[in-house]
Design a protein around this ligand. Sequence first.
Ligand SMILES: [Fe+2]
Length: 142
Amino acid sequence: MERRDALKVAALAVLSTTVASAYDEKLIVNKQAMGIKDPTNPTELELKHSPEITIGAVDKSGFALVEVNIGQKGVIHPSVENHWIYEITLLGDEQKIATVTLEPKTSRGYLATHVDTKTIKTLTAISRCNLHGYYTSSINVS
Ligand SMILES: [Fe+2]
């Protein structure tokens, strides 16, 4: 390895140690499963925490744009210093497709990726709030 390559490796090692989460793990105080108690009449708190999954157009390679917003019916979850969505996971037929980790204040609950939906029957998203636990939503893929 030449000196230049060694310096690049050292610089990447320093960078990787500085990319750790900015938030304090102690701020995550609730890891319990939550849910909508009455689906015919969800509360604002339940809407605010429930993932909304949308499937967009399919591209030339056969992948559909799948977006997950946290908050349904326009009730968007906040992202402030001590209350935010810290993680979203997308599953296809119970297999992990993607996970995003989010920082308070600078990002809010959103995940997007391209998915080969041809063989998937159900998409599920899990939203994790540091104060209010986790909420799960699923949609059928047709
Ligand atoms: Fe919350």
